[in-house]
Design a protein around this ligand. Structure first.
Ligand code: NDP
Length: 243
């Protein structure tokens, strides 16, 4: 069977992506870091669609955890492989650069970039043989496209992810693997719940934050055969905030 792996699938955009991919018929591997209860809620939502799901806990920043979790999954699924990878896990640690701590810098970069490297390198081993193909979707951000004050770490991480998307797309195209990035603007999730919503809404041409489900619909399209000729793209989904 062809599986989808979604990092950070326990909450927010990742949860909505798990559900939308399940609705398209993909069995889903739901990764999370600490929030077991939320991950189980995602799993129940996937299973309620009559699709199988599995929880796979690992810290995306930790190479050994990534390797051992994926080793375990592979040995219990000798006939299956991951054909859709969504690198979604991400964190914010906002601060102005001159006050930013080493941890605020490195945690944000490693959550977006080290994770991309460790997980994608590993999963490509499933996709490349015999031109099996596959779809890799990286969740970037408006912050990585235009830059946002107070988020130099996060903008650097997401811009790095966009560069990696474009380079890898060229590298793996001959094997029928597509690699795209989705760059959301403000989406209503735990990550944005501390922001001044009313003030920010005024800046958004469509006048509201987006929903996780709206981002998930786009990801699900990019994971489908309908998007087989799209690769190396960064698709903005931001209510017209920046184009
Ligand atoms: P949330 O904070 O709601 O959820 C974050 C998810 O990532 C959780 O499932 C969390 O797991 C997981 N996670 C965080 N760190 C790790 C880690 N080290 N290892 C494994 N899993 C981890 O975030 P959103 O849903 O809002 O964001 C999802 C993605 O979208 C992120 O990459 C974010 O940068 C990006 N994005 C979000 C925007 C927004 O406005 N919300 C805008 C633009 C981009 P756990 O539950 O176990 O903690």
């Amino acid at each position: 069977m062809k599986y989808a792996l979604v990092t950070g699938g326990s909450r927010g955009i990742g949860r909505a992506i798990c559900i939308e991919l399940a609705r398209s018929g993909f069995p889903v591997i739901i990764n999370y870091k600490t929030n077991q209860e939320a991950a189980e809620e995602t799993l129940s939502a996937v299973e309620s669609l009559g699709v199988c799901g599995e929880l796979l806990r690992f810290d995306v920043r930790n190479k050994d955890e990534v390797e051992s979790a994926l080793d375990g999954w592979e040995s219990s699924h000798p006939d299956d492989y991951v054909s859709v990878l969504v690198n979604n896990a991400g964190i914010r640690r906002d601060n102005v650069l001159f006050m930013m701590s080493d941890e605020e810098w490195s945690e944000v970069l490693s959550t977006s970039l080290d994770s991309f490297f460790y997980i994608t390198r590993r999963i490509l081993k499933h996709m490349m043989p015999r031109k099996r193909g596959g779809h890799i979707i990286n969740i970037a951000s408006l912050s990585g496209v235009k830059g946002m004050q107070g988020q130099t770490n996060y903008s650097a991480a997401k811009a790095g992810l966009i560069g990696a998307t474009k380079a890898l797309a060229l590298e793996v195209a001959p094997r029928g693997v597509t690699v795209n990035a989705v760059a959301p603007g403000f989406i209503a999730t735990d990550m944005t719940k501390d922001l001044p919503v009313d003030e920010l809404k005024g800046l958004i041409p469509l006048g509201r934050f987006g929903t996780a489900e709206e981002v998930a619909s786009l990801v699900s399209f990019l994971a489908s055969e309908k998007a087989n000729y799209i690769t190396g793209e960064v698709i903005n989904i931001n209510g017209g905030l920046y184009t």
